[in-house]
Design a protein around this ligand. Sequence first.
Ligand code: AGP
Length: 618
Amino acid sequence: MTVSTKPLDVCLQGLGRLEYRGYDSAGVACAAPGMDHVVWCKKAGRLSVLENELAKHPLPPAQTCIGHTRWATNGEPSDINAHPHISQDGKIALIHNGIIENANQLKFNLQSEGYNFVSQTDSEVAAKLLGKIANRIIEDTGKPDLFAAVRRLGKMLSGTFAILAIDVRQPDVVCAIRRDEPLVVGLGEDESFLASDVTAFVAYTKNALEIGQDNAVMIRGGRVEATDFDGNPVEARRFTVDWDASAVEKGGWDSFMDKEIHEDPASVRETLMGRFDLDGNIVLDELHIDESTLKNIDKITVVACGTASYAGFIAKYAIEHWVHIPVEVALAHEFRYRDPVLTPRTLVVAISQSGETMDTLMAIRHAREQDSKVLAICNTQGSSIPRESDAVLYTHAGPEIAVASTKAFVAQITACYLLGLYLAQVKGAMYRDEIHGVVQGLRAMPGKIQWVLEHDADVVKSTAIALVSRPAFLFLGRHVGYPVALEGALKLKEIAYAFTQGFAAGELKHGPIALVEEGVPVVVIVPSARQGNVLHDKVVSNIEEVKARGAYTIAVAEEGDPDVERYADVIFWRPQCPTLMSPLVDVVPLQLFAMDMANAKKLDVDKPRNLAKSVTVE
Ligand code: AGP
């Protein structure tokens, strides 16, 4: 492969595509034949800062290039702490995702051998160590072998890592190793790509390879070699990205979040697509868990974080109702530090949009050690959580770029419902016609979500603008409306930086009502009044209670509700639908509300401060 600006261009474009994952600095490094040392550039701040620096001080054409956006774990965001990090002799550049837990010891040993460090990062320790290993290999064998060097490095590190490295002595190769951190290979014609997410290279190829745990990989032009850390070749699973590069473009929308909220209907529809036979029975052959095992499941434990955990919480109400087995929802980061009761008859369901959330990954490892079956509900092909699960039920929301999860959330609920109905079908917990009836309700939801998007947009936006300066918001709900209230509170918190509290409406009198005073906005998810739903009247009473204390009440209510207009200051209407389906429409105005509030505050809707799209550290 000749030298050109393409390697650098591809890296910068790929970093741009990964901006949504959250970062605070960025950098690139290149290698070309004849170079005496790697050339690099790295800057704190947005990618545009790096690009401006490169415009002023261009890097020379290269044969290989690596690029990195850093979300600081140790060492503050700065030029010095940005990646890439360079070996002592300047021959090697390295970039790293993860945390190296034995970095201090390794650094101490290297310092005692005269190595100098300029940054506060664990990643620089890996770079200096790799340089030492690479030079030792050259001394021993007379020639450079970066692939052998990175494998040896992998065996010396403890902690989590996805590491990429280039060496000017082998300017045509890029080598990588991974443990727990995401890494995928893109397979081009006479070129290959390495990235933490297929989004980075999908514009060049949709053919990809998963890289397994404790594996090393070397790419050279169109050639890819994968081994374990001992150098034994390993089979890497190929897959094809099932969406187009255009899916990661804004496509005329003001923000990815706006685009993705408006993809809520398609996200539900696509997740349902292809999962029924001609008789309307649910077909989930992709699970690869035999029916006898599923019949034997006597408990479900959901492990997830944030929005994904609220999807699991909603699913709990539905699955317990349909399948009559207990469904426990555990925050993944709490799960393995208590003694969860897990048996071979427990189905652990890991819900994750990114498939890379370290808390959730660690939780499923714990579950598998207890011989429980693990099923992933995930939106990202080839990611770590599905790879380490017994089965996966992919959501088909398409890539979700905005940090705040919206379309993936409704897809997660849909996938959980499919799983619950499939269990009911396999276990005979429901009659087939009952299941078909519920499925019919589910299939109607994309149209109902679309109705909300078309009918509520203006009232939601005007309400958000009117309340833009309110410092705190309460969100109340009952039954499946309770996790919706939690999700609505999280959305407003994470992108409009408003202080919010979501809680069960029945909890109001047990403390939270003390927060209610004149003008406090209270968002209430109101259950349907139809079929004499007792919860409806209770929630209307809750609205009266807060109204009587001066609250500004915002109700999310079903069309035709006979009472809510008497007490709510503003109503976000949604179409009639079965109670268990209502979260799919109740959440939509709350997604819009958070986005409109963030826009009114002129905040970065897609990349909120301090947050990353995929939290790959515990
Ligand atoms: C969603 O709006 C949040 N950004 C966050 O809570 C997210 O849902 C959580 O970090 C889990 O991510 P995952 O679905 O990729 O595992």
